[in-house]
Design a protein around this ligand. Structure first.
Ligand SMILES: *Cc1c(COP(=O)(O)O)cnc(C)c1O
Length: 362
């Protein structure tokens, strides 16, 4: 499909990039452009791909997304390499996960090639918004909404696929610090539900538990399984790894209630490559307490695209307070984070074939 390119009337605002990426808070500044592709089930499927000025969307007040929450999204970053070129990290995995989410929410799949092309088009037109290698990244947010005006309960026939972008500062430097986690009494995902889909609805339901974590002074919320309320699943938007003193590493298995993080998948490969035995198995909060007490457990690691790889210092609920090691960044987390970032930014060789270059070196 050919993208129609509408040039932006204003000169690019990216002279504010330094200010944009220095802001705390994530995702509050946006680039000049966006991609919009329309879908109509009764009129040829995907059509009218445009990369044009970023502007408000015009949708009917009866649009499906506003009533029955047919919305899915992805999140990935564009990295500036030291030769001036730009690269995406495993974007095909985002395309595949996006389509898996689409199937669960009864939305149309988008051809993987079109998904990738839309990322490429946006990064090319907004390439000046990609920060210098050591300063940050350009966060890309592809999403899809149901736009058909119809109040009956059935899948919509019309959708918009949109990609916007937001320059984000460096989380990398905060790598020395740890995050503290609040264990919620709320659950995130039940078997058979939408836990595996990256949909806005899951996030809407996580806002109260996350707010609870914040109000107790904690950085993130941890969810236990919805059935037995004892198995550790994941955080609001990050997956977890548990590192044992004997070098073994455990991560909860994907069973439909956990979001299949691309960072999680990458870490499994990287940690194995670093010589660790990585097991996908269930791990209970009771065993976490026991293993911390006996010093069998030495690190807890959280991971996701936004904050890459971070050590967990403390796990707390209204009933217990579990302090992990000396509450400092662990060596396995540090080594894995350094390795991952080196591959993403082109500093280390891409032996897994994860990096997709899109901008020409300058
Ligand atoms: C997006 C997301 C993650 C992390 O996935 P990455 O692909 O590593 O960014 C983890 N958990 C939830 C609930 C998410 O939405």
């Amino acid at each position: 499909m050919k993208f129609i390119r509408l040039s932006h009337r204003n000169p690019t605002r990216c002279d504010s990039i330094a200010e944009a990426i220095s802001r705390p808070g994530f995702g509050s500044q946006f680039t000049d452009h966006m991609v919009v592709i329309e879908y109509d089930a009764n009129n040829g499927g995907w059509h009218s791909a445009i990369v044009g000025p970023r502007q408000p969307l015009l949708i009917d007040p009866a649009a499906g997304v506003l009533h029955y929450a047919q919305e899915i999204f992805e999140g990935l970053k564009a990295y500036r390499h030291s030769d001036g070129g730009i690269a995406l990290f495993r974007p095909l995995e985002n395309a595949r996960r996006f389509n898996a989410s689409a199937r669960r929410l009864a939305m149309p799949e988008i051809p993987e090639k079109l998904f990738l092309k839309s990322l490429q088009e946006l990064v090319e037109v907004d390439k000046n918004w990609v920060p210098e290698a050591t300063n940050g990244t350009l966060y890309l947010r592809p999403f899809m909404i149901a736009t058909e005006a119809f109040l009956g309960v059935r899948p919509a026939t019309k959708y918009k696929f949109v990609v916007i972008a937001s320059p984000s500062g460096n989380y990398f430097r905060s790598g020395e610090s740890t995050i503290n986690i609040w264990v919620s009494d709320y659950t995130r995902a039940a078997p058979g539900g939408t836990g595996e889909a990256k949909c806005g609805g899951n996030y809407a339901a996580s806002l109260v538990p996350t707010g609870e974590a914040f109000s107790h002074g904690y950085d993130q919320v941890m969810f236990l399984d919805a059935v037995e309320r004892k198995w550790i699943e994941e955080l609001g938007g990050m997956n977890l790894f548990f590192v044992f003193a004997d070098g073994r590493i455990l991560t909860p298995p994907l069973g439909g209630t956990i979001l299949a993080g691309i960072t999680r998948d990458s870490l499994i490969s990287l940690l194995r490559d670093m010589g660790h035995e990585v097991i996908e198995d269930r791990y209970s909060i009771a065993n976490l307490k026991r293993d911390v007490r006996s010093n069998a457990l030495v690190e807890v690691i959280a991971c996701g695209t936004a904050a890459t790889v971070t050590s967990v210092g403390r796990v707390k609920s209204s009933k217990y307070n579990i302090v992990i090691g000396s509450e400092s960044a662990g060596p396995v987390a540090k080594a894995a984070r350094d390795k991952l970032i080196a591959i993403q930014t082109g500093e280390a060789s891409d032996s897994f074939g994860w990096v997709m270059r899109i901008g020409n070196a300058s």
